[in-house]
Design a protein around this ligand. Sequence first.
Ligand SMILES: Cc1cc2nc3c(=O)[nH]c(=O)nc-3n(C[C@H](O)[C@H](O)[C@H](O)COP(=O)(O)OP(=O)(O)OC[C@H]3O[C@@H](n4cnc5c(N)ncnc54)[C@H](O)[C@@H]3O)c2cc1C
Length: 458
Amino acid sequence: MAMMNRSQYLASLDDGRRIFAEGQEVKDLASHPQFATAIKLVGDGYEAHYRPGEDASGPYFKIPRSRQELKEILEDLLTWDMVTVTTSQGLLALLTAAARIRPARPEYARRIEEYFEYCRAKDLRCVQAITDAKGDRRLPPSKQHDPDVYTRIIERRQDGIVVRGAKLHISSAAVSHELIVMPTKNMKEGEEDYAVACAIPVNAPGVRIVNTSYAPRERIEDFPVSSQHNMPEGFVILDDVFVPNERVFLAGEIEHSATFAHALGLWERLGGTAHLAEFGDQLVGLAQLVAEANGTDRIHHIREKIAEMIIYATLVRAGLEAAIANAEPSPEGWYFPSELYTNAAKHYAAAEYSRMVRHLHDIGGGAIVTAPSVRDLENEEVGPFIRKYMATKEDIDGEYRTRLFHAVRDFTADAYGGWQLVTMIQSGGGLYAQRLVARKHYDMERAKDLARKLAGLA
Ligand SMILES: Cc1cc2nc3c(=O)[nH]c(=O)nc-3n(C[C@H](O)[C@H](O)[C@H](O)COP(=O)(O)OP(=O)(O)OC[C@H]3O[C@@H](n4cnc5c(N)ncnc54)[C@H](O)[C@@H]3O)c2cc1C
Protein backbone atom coordinates (compact mmCIF):
# COMPACT_ATOMS: atom_id res chain seq x y z
CA MET A 1 0.00 0.00 0.00
CA ALA A 2 1.91 3.01 -1.25
CA MET A 3 2.14 5.41 -4.14
CA MET A 4 3.41 4.18 -7.51
CA ASN A 5 6.19 5.70 -9.57
CA ARG A 6 6.49 5.52 -13.35
CA SER A 7 8.09 2.09 -13.55
CA GLN A 8 5.58 0.60 -11.11
CA TYR A 9 2.77 2.10 -13.18
CA LEU A 10 4.23 0.59 -16.37
CA ALA A 11 4.51 -2.80 -14.64
CA SER A 12 0.92 -2.50 -13.41
CA LEU A 13 -0.33 -2.39 -17.02
CA ASP A 14 0.99 -5.89 -17.57
CA ASP A 15 -1.91 -7.47 -15.72
CA GLY A 16 -3.59 -9.59 -18.37
CA ARG A 17 -5.93 -6.83 -19.59
CA ARG A 18 -7.47 -7.39 -23.03
CA ILE A 19 -6.79 -4.34 -25.24
CA PHE A 20 -7.54 -4.04 -28.96
CA ALA A 21 -6.58 -1.45 -31.59
CA GLU A 22 -6.82 -1.30 -35.36
CA GLY A 23 -8.03 -4.86 -35.70
CA GLN A 24 -5.41 -6.49 -33.50
CA GLU A 25 -5.12 -7.46 -29.86
CA VAL A 26 -2.39 -5.40 -28.22
CA LYS A 27 -0.09 -7.77 -26.40
CA ASP A 28 2.48 -5.32 -25.05
CA LEU A 29 0.59 -2.15 -24.20
CA ALA A 30 3.56 -0.29 -22.70
CA SER A 31 5.51 -0.46 -25.98
CA HIS A 32 2.64 -0.01 -28.48
CA PRO A 33 3.09 3.24 -30.49
CA GLN A 34 -0.62 4.15 -30.44
CA PHE A 35 -0.59 4.35 -26.65
CA ALA A 36 2.91 5.80 -26.23
CA THR A 37 1.92 9.43 -25.54
CA ALA A 38 -0.92 8.48 -23.21
CA ILE A 39 1.25 6.12 -21.18
CA LYS A 40 4.03 8.71 -21.04
CA LEU A 41 1.59 11.39 -19.80
CA VAL A 42 0.14 9.13 -17.11
CA GLY A 43 3.66 7.96 -16.18
CA ASP A 44 4.80 11.59 -15.94
CA GLY A 45 1.93 12.17 -13.52
CA TYR A 46 2.92 9.21 -11.35
CA GLU A 47 6.53 10.34 -11.33
CA ALA A 48 5.66 13.96 -10.49
CA HIS A 49 3.40 13.05 -7.57
CA TYR A 50 5.38 10.12 -6.18
CA ARG A 51 6.29 10.25 -2.50
CA PRO A 52 7.60 7.27 -0.55
CA GLY A 53 5.93 5.95 2.60
CA GLU A 54 2.98 3.78 3.50
CA ASP A 55 0.66 6.73 4.19
CA ALA A 56 1.58 8.87 1.18
CA SER A 57 -1.21 9.56 -1.30
CA GLY A 58 -1.71 11.83 -4.29
CA PRO A 59 -3.56 15.18 -4.14
CA TYR A 60 -6.05 13.74 -6.64
CA PHE A 61 -7.50 11.72 -3.73
CA LYS A 62 -8.32 14.82 -1.76
CA ILE A 63 -11.96 15.35 -0.75
CA PRO A 64 -12.70 19.11 -0.60
CA ARG A 65 -13.81 20.20 2.87
CA SER A 66 -14.21 23.90 2.11
CA ARG A 67 -14.76 26.16 -0.90
CA GLN A 68 -11.09 27.07 -0.80
CA GLU A 69 -10.05 23.41 -1.01
CA LEU A 70 -12.42 22.89 -3.91
CA LYS A 71 -10.81 25.83 -5.70
CA GLU A 72 -7.34 24.43 -5.04
CA ILE A 73 -8.29 21.02 -6.45
CA LEU A 74 -9.57 22.68 -9.62
CA GLU A 75 -6.35 24.66 -10.01
CA ASP A 76 -4.28 21.49 -9.51
CA LEU A 77 -6.47 19.54 -11.91
CA LEU A 78 -5.30 21.68 -14.83
CA THR A 79 -1.79 20.32 -14.34
CA TRP A 80 -2.86 16.64 -14.26
CA ASP A 81 -3.05 14.13 -17.13
CA MET A 82 -6.58 13.17 -18.18
CA VAL A 83 -6.65 9.83 -16.39
CA THR A 84 -5.66 11.47 -13.12
CA VAL A 85 -8.46 13.98 -13.72
CA THR A 86 -11.00 11.19 -14.31
CA THR A 87 -9.80 9.44 -11.16
CA SER A 88 -10.50 12.49 -9.01
CA GLN A 89 -13.81 13.29 -10.74
CA GLY A 90 -15.01 9.68 -10.76
CA LEU A 91 -14.27 9.10 -7.08
CA LEU A 92 -15.72 12.45 -6.00
CA ALA A 93 -18.82 11.59 -8.02
CA LEU A 94 -19.09 8.27 -6.19
CA LEU A 95 -18.72 10.04 -2.84
CA THR A 96 -21.37 12.57 -3.88
CA ALA A 97 -23.70 9.69 -4.69
CA ALA A 98 -22.77 8.05 -1.37
CA ALA A 99 -23.74 11.20 0.54
CA ARG A 100 -27.09 11.30 -1.27
CA ILE A 101 -28.03 7.63 -0.88
CA ARG A 102 -26.61 7.10 2.62
CA PRO A 103 -29.90 7.69 4.53
CA ALA A 104 -31.68 5.03 2.47
CA ARG A 105 -28.77 2.73 1.59
CA PRO A 106 -26.01 3.01 4.20
CA GLU A 107 -24.41 -0.25 3.03
CA TYR A 108 -23.74 1.10 -0.48
CA ALA A 109 -22.36 4.35 0.98
CA ARG A 110 -20.00 2.33 3.18
CA ARG A 111 -18.78 0.25 0.21
CA ILE A 112 -18.12 3.42 -1.80
CA GLU A 113 -16.01 4.89 1.01
CA GLU A 114 -14.06 1.64 1.30
CA TYR A 115 -13.52 1.61 -2.44
CA PHE A 116 -12.25 5.20 -2.32
CA GLU A 117 -9.73 4.13 0.38
CA TYR A 118 -8.72 1.10 -1.70
CA CYS A 119 -7.94 3.26 -4.77
CA ARG A 120 -6.10 5.81 -2.63
CA ALA A 121 -4.03 3.19 -0.82
CA LYS A 122 -2.97 1.50 -4.07
CA ASP A 123 -2.66 4.77 -6.04
CA LEU A 124 -4.94 3.45 -8.79
CA ARG A 125 -6.28 5.36 -11.76
CA CYS A 126 -10.01 5.17 -12.51
CA VAL A 127 -12.17 6.10 -15.48
CA GLN A 128 -15.86 6.90 -15.65
CA ALA A 129 -17.85 4.27 -17.53
CA ILE A 130 -21.37 5.59 -17.79
CA THR A 131 -22.40 5.94 -21.47
CA ASP A 132 -24.17 2.82 -22.72
CA ALA A 133 -24.58 1.72 -26.34
CA LYS A 134 -28.26 2.75 -25.91
CA GLY A 135 -29.69 1.22 -29.10
CA ASP A 136 -32.77 3.05 -30.38
CA ARG A 137 -32.69 6.36 -28.50
CA ARG A 138 -36.48 6.62 -28.34
CA LEU A 139 -36.90 3.34 -26.48
CA PRO A 140 -36.30 2.52 -22.80
CA PRO A 141 -33.82 -0.26 -21.92
CA SER A 142 -36.51 -2.90 -21.47
CA LYS A 143 -38.04 -2.25 -24.93
CA GLN A 144 -34.82 -2.45 -26.99
CA HIS A 145 -34.39 -5.07 -29.73
CA ASP A 146 -31.31 -6.30 -27.83
CA PRO A 147 -31.64 -6.23 -24.01
CA ASP A 148 -27.88 -5.74 -23.63
CA VAL A 149 -27.62 -2.26 -25.21
CA TYR A 150 -27.95 -0.87 -21.70
CA THR A 151 -25.58 -2.51 -19.21
CA ARG A 152 -27.49 -4.88 -16.97
CA ILE A 153 -27.27 -7.51 -14.29
CA ILE A 154 -27.72 -10.93 -15.86
CA GLU A 155 -27.17 -12.98 -12.74
CA ARG A 156 -27.35 -12.38 -9.00
CA ARG A 157 -25.22 -14.62 -6.86
CA GLN A 158 -24.65 -14.91 -3.13
CA ASP A 159 -21.21 -13.31 -3.47
CA GLY A 160 -21.91 -10.74 -6.18
CA ILE A 161 -23.48 -10.01 -9.57
CA VAL A 162 -22.66 -10.71 -13.22
CA VAL A 163 -23.01 -7.75 -15.62
CA ARG A 164 -23.32 -7.63 -19.38
CA GLY A 165 -23.28 -4.68 -21.76
CA ALA A 166 -20.93 -2.12 -23.27
CA LYS A 167 -19.77 1.30 -22.16
CA LEU A 168 -18.84 3.53 -25.09
CA HIS A 169 -16.45 6.48 -25.54
CA ILE A 170 -14.67 5.70 -22.26
CA SER A 171 -11.66 8.02 -22.26
CA SER A 172 -8.32 6.53 -21.17
CA ALA A 173 -9.81 3.19 -20.10
CA ALA A 174 -6.95 1.13 -21.61
CA VAL A 175 -4.28 2.99 -19.62
CA SER A 176 -6.12 3.07 -16.28
CA HIS A 177 -6.81 0.42 -13.62
CA GLU A 178 -10.46 0.69 -12.67
CA LEU A 179 -13.79 1.22 -14.45
CA ILE A 180 -16.34 3.11 -12.36
CA VAL A 181 -19.57 1.81 -13.86
CA MET A 182 -22.85 3.71 -13.43
CA PRO A 183 -26.31 3.66 -15.05
CA THR A 184 -26.46 6.10 -17.93
CA LYS A 185 -29.88 7.43 -16.89
CA ASN A 186 -32.87 7.11 -14.63
CA MET A 187 -34.39 3.62 -14.64
CA LYS A 188 -38.09 2.90 -14.18
CA GLU A 189 -40.11 0.08 -12.69
CA GLY A 190 -39.33 -3.15 -14.53
CA GLU A 191 -35.80 -1.94 -15.28
CA GLU A 192 -34.25 -3.01 -11.97
CA ASP A 193 -31.51 -5.05 -13.65
CA TYR A 194 -30.34 -1.92 -15.46
CA ALA A 195 -29.95 0.06 -12.25
CA VAL A 196 -26.39 -1.07 -11.67
CA ALA A 197 -23.36 0.83 -10.37
CA CYS A 198 -20.13 -0.92 -9.50
CA ALA A 199 -16.35 -0.89 -9.88
CA ILE A 200 -14.62 -3.29 -12.24
CA PRO A 201 -10.86 -3.70 -12.65
CA VAL A 202 -9.75 -3.18 -16.26
CA ASN A 203 -8.21 -6.66 -16.24
CA ALA A 204 -11.31 -8.46 -14.92
CA PRO A 205 -12.24 -11.57 -16.92
CA GLY A 206 -14.81 -10.62 -19.60
CA VAL A 207 -13.60 -7.01 -20.08
CA ARG A 208 -12.29 -6.12 -23.54
CA ILE A 209 -11.42 -2.59 -24.64
CA VAL A 210 -11.32 -1.54 -28.29
CA ASN A 211 -9.45 1.73 -28.80
CA THR A 212 -9.50 4.69 -31.13
CA SER A 213 -7.12 7.62 -31.11
CA TYR A 214 -6.35 10.75 -33.09
CA ALA A 215 -2.68 10.48 -32.09
CA PRO A 216 -0.73 11.39 -35.26
CA ARG A 217 1.40 8.52 -36.60
CA GLU A 218 3.53 10.66 -38.92
CA ARG A 219 4.59 14.30 -39.57
CA ILE A 220 4.31 14.90 -35.84
CA GLU A 221 6.05 18.30 -36.22
CA ASP A 222 2.84 19.49 -37.95
CA PHE A 223 0.74 18.30 -34.98
CA PRO A 224 2.21 20.14 -32.01
CA VAL A 225 -0.94 19.65 -29.92
CA SER A 226 -2.19 16.19 -30.96
CA SER A 227 1.25 14.64 -30.63
CA GLN A 228 1.56 15.84 -27.03
CA HIS A 229 -2.02 15.50 -25.81
CA ASN A 230 -3.85 12.34 -26.72
CA MET A 231 -5.56 9.58 -24.84
CA PRO A 232 -7.18 6.44 -26.24
CA GLU A 233 -10.98 6.40 -26.32
CA GLY A 234 -12.25 3.02 -25.21
CA PHE A 235 -15.17 0.95 -26.47
CA VAL A 236 -15.53 -1.17 -23.34
CA ILE A 237 -17.18 -4.55 -23.70
CA LEU A 238 -18.49 -6.13 -20.50
CA ASP A 239 -18.97 -9.73 -21.52
CA ASP A 240 -20.53 -11.33 -18.43
CA VAL A 241 -18.23 -9.83 -15.84
CA PHE A 242 -18.45 -10.98 -12.23
CA VAL A 243 -18.46 -8.18 -9.66
CA PRO A 244 -18.04 -9.15 -5.97
CA ASN A 245 -20.50 -7.65 -3.48
CA GLU A 246 -17.97 -5.20 -1.97
CA ARG A 247 -17.65 -3.50 -5.37
CA VAL A 248 -21.41 -3.27 -6.03
CA PHE A 249 -22.80 0.20 -5.27
CA LEU A 250 -26.30 -0.21 -6.74
CA ALA A 251 -28.07 -3.37 -7.87
CA GLY A 252 -31.71 -2.83 -8.66
CA GLU A 253 -32.75 0.19 -6.57
CA ILE A 254 -34.24 2.21 -9.43
CA GLU A 255 -35.05 5.18 -7.17
CA HIS A 256 -31.29 5.86 -6.94
CA SER A 257 -30.35 5.07 -10.54
CA ALA A 258 -30.14 8.72 -11.64
CA THR A 259 -28.24 9.77 -8.49
CA PHE A 260 -24.99 8.42 -9.88
CA ALA A 261 -25.35 10.03 -13.33
CA HIS A 262 -26.22 13.37 -11.73
CA ALA A 263 -23.25 13.16 -9.37
CA LEU A 264 -20.86 12.28 -12.18
CA GLY A 265 -22.34 14.99 -14.40
CA LEU A 266 -21.68 17.57 -11.70
CA TRP A 267 -17.97 16.76 -11.30
CA GLU A 268 -17.38 16.06 -14.99
CA ARG A 269 -18.92 19.41 -15.94
CA LEU A 270 -17.05 21.30 -13.25
CA GLY A 271 -13.72 19.86 -14.48
CA GLY A 272 -14.80 20.54 -18.08
CA THR A 273 -15.52 24.18 -17.24
CA ALA A 274 -12.09 24.54 -15.59
CA HIS A 275 -10.48 23.26 -18.79
CA LEU A 276 -12.72 25.40 -20.98
CA ALA A 277 -11.66 28.53 -19.09
CA GLU A 278 -8.06 27.67 -20.07
CA PHE A 279 -9.05 26.84 -23.65
CA GLY A 280 -10.82 30.20 -23.89
CA ASP A 281 -7.62 32.00 -22.96
CA GLN A 282 -5.62 29.82 -25.36
CA LEU A 283 -7.98 30.75 -28.21
CA VAL A 284 -7.56 34.44 -27.35
CA GLY A 285 -3.77 34.01 -27.30
CA LEU A 286 -3.72 32.25 -30.66
CA ALA A 287 -6.02 34.87 -32.23
CA GLN A 288 -3.83 37.72 -30.99
CA LEU A 289 -0.58 36.05 -32.09
CA VAL A 290 -1.96 35.25 -35.56
CA ALA A 291 -3.35 38.77 -35.96
CA GLU A 292 0.01 40.24 -34.97
CA ALA A 293 1.84 37.86 -37.34
CA ASN A 294 -0.51 38.82 -40.19
CA GLY A 295 -0.31 42.54 -39.43
CA THR A 296 -4.07 42.73 -38.79
CA ASP A 297 -4.11 43.25 -35.03
CA ARG A 298 -5.12 46.92 -35.29
CA ILE A 299 -7.89 46.40 -37.83
CA HIS A 300 -11.29 47.25 -36.33
CA HIS A 301 -13.25 44.05 -37.00
CA ILE A 302 -10.34 41.86 -35.87
CA ARG A 303 -10.04 43.77 -32.58
CA GLU A 304 -13.80 43.42 -32.08
CA LYS A 305 -13.66 39.66 -32.57
CA ILE A 306 -10.77 39.29 -30.16
CA ALA A 307 -12.65 41.43 -27.63
CA GLU A 308 -15.62 39.07 -27.96
CA MET A 309 -13.29 36.11 -27.36
CA ILE A 310 -11.91 37.84 -24.26
CA ILE A 311 -15.44 38.29 -22.92
CA TYR A 312 -16.16 34.62 -23.59
CA ALA A 313 -13.03 33.43 -21.77
CA THR A 314 -13.69 35.76 -18.84
CA LEU A 315 -17.34 34.74 -18.47
CA VAL A 316 -16.45 31.04 -18.49
CA ARG A 317 -13.98 31.72 -15.69
CA ALA A 318 -16.61 33.76 -13.84
CA GLY A 319 -19.05 30.82 -14.09
CA LEU A 320 -16.41 28.51 -12.67
CA GLU A 321 -15.74 30.90 -9.79
CA ALA A 322 -19.47 31.13 -9.08
CA ALA A 323 -19.76 27.31 -9.06
CA ILE A 324 -17.06 27.19 -6.37
CA ALA A 325 -18.29 30.22 -4.39
CA ASN A 326 -21.77 28.67 -4.18
CA ALA A 327 -20.54 25.18 -3.27
CA GLU A 328 -22.57 23.46 -0.52
CA PRO A 329 -21.41 21.09 2.23
CA SER A 330 -22.79 17.56 2.48
CA PRO A 331 -23.68 16.09 5.92
CA GLU A 332 -20.16 14.56 5.88
CA GLY A 333 -18.59 18.02 5.53
CA TRP A 334 -17.57 17.41 1.90
CA TYR A 335 -18.04 20.37 -0.45
CA PHE A 336 -19.91 19.89 -3.71
CA PRO A 337 -20.02 22.63 -6.38
CA SER A 338 -23.23 24.47 -7.22
CA GLU A 339 -25.34 22.47 -9.67
CA LEU A 340 -26.84 25.60 -11.24
CA TYR A 341 -23.61 27.50 -11.88
CA THR A 342 -21.66 24.39 -12.90
CA ASN A 343 -24.22 23.36 -15.50
CA ALA A 344 -24.91 26.86 -16.78
CA ALA A 345 -21.19 27.65 -17.11
CA LYS A 346 -20.36 24.36 -18.82
CA HIS A 347 -23.26 24.76 -21.24
CA TYR A 348 -22.33 28.33 -22.14
CA ALA A 349 -18.63 27.45 -22.51
CA ALA A 350 -19.28 24.39 -24.68
CA ALA A 351 -22.06 25.85 -26.83
CA GLU A 352 -20.13 29.05 -27.62
CA TYR A 353 -16.75 27.36 -28.08
CA SER A 354 -17.25 26.67 -31.79
CA ARG A 355 -18.21 30.34 -32.36
CA MET A 356 -14.92 31.40 -30.76
CA VAL A 357 -13.10 28.93 -33.01
CA ARG A 358 -14.95 30.52 -35.95
CA HIS A 359 -13.56 33.92 -34.95
CA LEU A 360 -10.06 32.45 -34.79
CA HIS A 361 -10.44 30.90 -38.25
CA ASP A 362 -11.87 34.14 -39.60
CA ILE A 363 -8.94 36.11 -38.19
CA GLY A 364 -6.25 33.60 -39.23
CA GLY A 365 -6.89 33.09 -42.95
CA GLY A 366 -6.52 30.08 -45.25
CA ALA A 367 -2.97 29.19 -44.22
CA ILE A 368 -4.52 27.60 -41.14
CA VAL A 369 -5.18 24.59 -43.35
CA THR A 370 -2.75 25.12 -46.24
CA ALA A 371 0.55 26.10 -44.60
CA PRO A 372 3.30 23.78 -45.95
CA SER A 373 4.59 21.09 -43.65
CA VAL A 374 7.38 21.95 -41.22
CA ARG A 375 9.41 19.30 -43.10
CA ASP A 376 9.06 21.30 -46.34
CA LEU A 377 10.78 24.17 -44.57
CA GLU A 378 13.84 21.90 -44.37
CA ASN A 379 13.81 21.12 -48.10
CA GLU A 380 16.85 22.68 -49.71
CA GLU A 381 15.05 23.79 -52.84
CA VAL A 382 11.61 24.99 -51.68
CA GLY A 383 12.37 25.64 -47.99
CA PRO A 384 13.90 29.11 -48.56
CA PHE A 385 10.90 30.12 -50.70
CA ILE A 386 8.48 28.99 -48.01
CA ARG A 387 10.37 30.97 -45.37
CA LYS A 388 10.40 34.01 -47.69
CA TYR A 389 6.71 33.99 -48.59
CA MET A 390 5.38 32.90 -45.21
CA ALA A 391 7.24 35.81 -43.57
CA THR A 392 5.16 38.97 -43.18
CA LYS A 393 7.47 41.57 -41.65
CA GLU A 394 10.90 42.01 -40.18
CA ASP A 395 10.24 40.38 -36.84
CA ILE A 396 7.85 37.67 -38.13
CA ASP A 397 9.86 35.04 -39.95
CA GLY A 398 8.37 32.35 -42.17
CA GLU A 399 9.04 29.42 -39.88
CA TYR A 400 7.48 31.11 -36.85
CA ARG A 401 4.32 31.94 -38.80
CA THR A 402 4.14 28.46 -40.36
CA ARG A 403 4.40 26.81 -36.95
CA LEU A 404 1.75 29.14 -35.55
CA PHE A 405 -0.66 28.09 -38.30
CA HIS A 406 0.02 24.43 -37.61
CA ALA A 407 -0.81 24.99 -33.96
CA VAL A 408 -4.11 26.70 -34.89
CA ARG A 409 -4.96 23.92 -37.37
CA ASP A 410 -4.09 21.09 -35.03
CA PHE A 411 -5.77 22.70 -31.98
CA THR A 412 -8.98 23.73 -33.72
CA ALA A 413 -9.37 22.24 -37.20
CA ASP A 414 -7.60 18.90 -37.48
CA ALA A 415 -6.79 15.86 -35.33
CA TYR A 416 -7.07 17.28 -31.79
CA GLY A 417 -9.26 20.13 -33.02
CA GLY A 418 -11.86 17.88 -34.63
CA TRP A 419 -11.98 15.69 -31.54
CA GLN A 420 -12.27 18.78 -29.38
CA LEU A 421 -15.21 20.27 -31.33
CA VAL A 422 -17.28 17.11 -30.88
CA THR A 423 -16.10 16.50 -27.32
CA MET A 424 -17.14 20.02 -26.26
CA ILE A 425 -20.71 19.31 -27.29
CA GLN A 426 -21.01 15.69 -26.09
CA SER A 427 -18.86 15.46 -22.97
CA GLY A 428 -20.53 15.63 -19.58
CA GLY A 429 -23.65 13.98 -21.01
CA GLY A 430 -24.24 16.56 -23.76
CA LEU A 431 -25.78 20.02 -23.86
CA TYR A 432 -29.35 18.77 -23.39
CA ALA A 433 -28.44 17.20 -20.04
CA GLN A 434 -26.82 20.44 -18.90
CA ARG A 435 -29.94 22.42 -19.83
CA LEU A 436 -32.13 19.96 -17.90
CA VAL A 437 -30.07 20.24 -14.72
CA ALA A 438 -29.71 24.02 -14.95
CA ARG A 439 -33.46 24.32 -15.30
CA LYS A 440 -34.08 22.03 -12.35
CA HIS A 441 -31.88 24.11 -10.02
CA TYR A 442 -32.89 27.56 -11.27
CA ASP A 443 -35.13 29.62 -8.98
CA MET A 444 -38.08 29.84 -11.35
CA GLU A 445 -40.52 31.08 -8.70
CA ARG A 446 -38.36 34.11 -8.05
CA ALA A 447 -38.13 34.80 -11.79
CA LYS A 448 -41.92 34.52 -12.13
CA ASP A 449 -42.42 36.88 -9.15
CA LEU A 450 -40.16 39.43 -10.78
CA ALA A 451 -42.06 39.12 -14.04
CA ARG A 452 -45.43 39.49 -12.27
CA LYS A 453 -44.22 42.64 -10.53
CA LEU A 454 -42.96 44.01 -13.82
CA ALA A 455 -46.36 43.38 -15.39
CA GLY A 456 -48.20 44.84 -12.40
CA LEU A 457 -49.82 41.46 -11.73
CA ALA A 458 -48.55 40.86 -8.21
C1 LIG B 1 -14.30 12.28 -26.78
C2 LIG B 1 -15.38 11.82 -25.88
C3 LIG B 1 -15.04 11.32 -24.63
C4 LIG B 1 -16.03 10.82 -23.78
N1 LIG B 1 -15.65 10.27 -22.59
C5 LIG B 1 -16.57 9.60 -21.85
C6 LIG B 1 -16.17 8.88 -20.70
O1 LIG B 1 -14.99 8.89 -20.30
N2 LIG B 1 -17.11 8.17 -20.02
C7 LIG B 1 -18.40 8.13 -20.42
O2 LIG B 1 -19.19 7.46 -19.78
N3 LIG B 1 -18.82 8.81 -21.52
C8 LIG B 1 -17.94 9.54 -22.24
N4 LIG B 1 -18.34 10.24 -23.36
C9 LIG B 1 -19.72 10.08 -23.81
C10 LIG B 1 -20.60 11.31 -23.78
O3 LIG B 1 -21.08 11.54 -22.49
C11 LIG B 1 -21.73 10.99 -24.79
O4 LIG B 1 -21.15 11.10 -26.07
C12 LIG B 1 -22.95 11.87 -24.64
O5 LIG B 1 -23.62 11.59 -23.43
C13 LIG B 1 -23.92 11.64 -25.80
O6 LIG B 1 -24.25 10.28 -25.92
P1 LIG B 1 -24.06 9.56 -27.33
O7 LIG B 1 -22.70 9.83 -27.84
O8 LIG B 1 -24.47 8.14 -27.17
O9 LIG B 1 -25.05 10.29 -28.32
P2 LIG B 1 -26.63 10.22 -28.36
O10 LIG B 1 -27.19 9.75 -27.07
O11 LIG B 1 -27.04 9.47 -29.58
O12 LIG B 1 -27.00 11.76 -28.48
C14 LIG B 1 -26.94 12.49 -29.70
C15 LIG B 1 -27.98 13.61 -29.63
O13 LIG B 1 -29.29 13.04 -29.52
C16 LIG B 1 -29.95 13.56 -28.36
N5 LIG B 1 -30.74 12.47 -27.76
C17 LIG B 1 -30.42 11.15 -27.67
N6 LIG B 1 -31.41 10.47 -27.06
C18 LIG B 1 -32.35 11.36 -26.74
C19 LIG B 1 -33.63 11.26 -26.10
N7 LIG B 1 -34.13 10.10 -25.69
N8 LIG B 1 -34.33 12.40 -25.93
C20 LIG B 1 -33.87 13.58 -26.36
N9 LIG B 1 -32.68 13.74 -27.00
C21 LIG B 1 -31.94 12.65 -27.18
C22 LIG B 1 -28.83 14.02 -27.43
O14 LIG B 1 -29.27 15.02 -26.51
C23 LIG B 1 -27.82 14.52 -28.44
O15 LIG B 1 -28.16 15.84 -28.82
C24 LIG B 1 -17.39 10.84 -24.19
C25 LIG B 1 -17.73 11.40 -25.43
C26 LIG B 1 -16.76 11.90 -26.26
C27 LIG B 1 -17.16 12.47 -27.59
